[in-house]
Design a protein. Structure first.
Length: 204
């Protein structure tokens, strides 16, 4: 495979998921940073790459792939021998898909209203966050705790890209999920202290 190119704003956006996986895999990649302050992602140059005007984008062997989850899954497939996804015939495979989807849909959607208040007055943001805390967070925390109270990883007995998806979504909304759960805090510490996560600078 040619050198992988990752388009992103910086280390702290969803591109960190892709970088974290590549660091775990020890695969070299190149970063191309776009300036979100000057809205470089809405210029014709970037829209020609991704008409959604959103990061991250990966170039894999000349193919442009968007969506952080899609890129992560594509890399797990491409380098399947590295075991960052359970094998096709593994009993863990179904739960691997479940947790990928849980992070990319359920967790993302819970915070969508809050994300949409970016730039709004502080009181409006706080009210939106309070709503998430009361209405959505308890069931998400319960779901994650059910698994993580007695397991090191979100699926199976080893680290997979589902851990990347779930762990990278945990700090959403000023860390309100983590605040509510020592179990999630323990998982978060285990994941964020992995050397590859640190090299990816996902968590600052
Ligand atoms: N579902 C997409 C979300 C992409 C997304 O919204 N990216 C943010 C940065 S993390 C972005 O580019 N926002 C700028 C915009 O949409 O204007 C993914 O997971 O890659």
């Amino acid at each position: 495979m040619k050198k992988i190119l990752i388009h992103s704003f910086a280390h702290f956006d969803r591109s960190g998921r892709v970088r974290w996986l590549l660091e775990e895999m020890n695969i070299p990649y190149e970063d191309k940073f776009w300036d979100n302050k000057s809205r470089a992602h809405k210029t014709p140059e970037f829209l020609a790459i991704n008409p959604m005007g959103a990061m991250p984008v990966a170039e894999l062997d000349g193919q442009v792939v968007t969506e952080s989850t899609g890129i992560v899954l594509a890399l797990c497939d491409r380098f399947s021998e590295m075991g960052f996804a359970p094998a096709l015939d593994s009993p863990d495979r179904a739960l691997y898909f479940q947790w990928h989807s849980f992070a990319a849909t359920t967790m993302e959607m819970a915070f969508a209203g809050y994300f949409a208040t970016r730039g709004a007055p502080a009181e409006q943001r706080a009210a939106e966050l309070e709503k998430v805390k009361k209405e959505k967070a308890p069931e998400i925390v319960a779901m994650l705790e059910k698994r993580l109270k007695d397991h090191e990883f979100i699926v199976g007995n080893s680290f997979t890209s589902a851990d990347i998806l779930v762990a990278s979504s945990l700090p959403y909304g000023e860390k309100i999920l983590l605040e509510q759960s020592p179990i999630l805090q323990g998982y978060w510490k285990r994941m964020s202290e992995r050397p590859a996560a640190k090299r990816a600078k996902l968590f600052g």
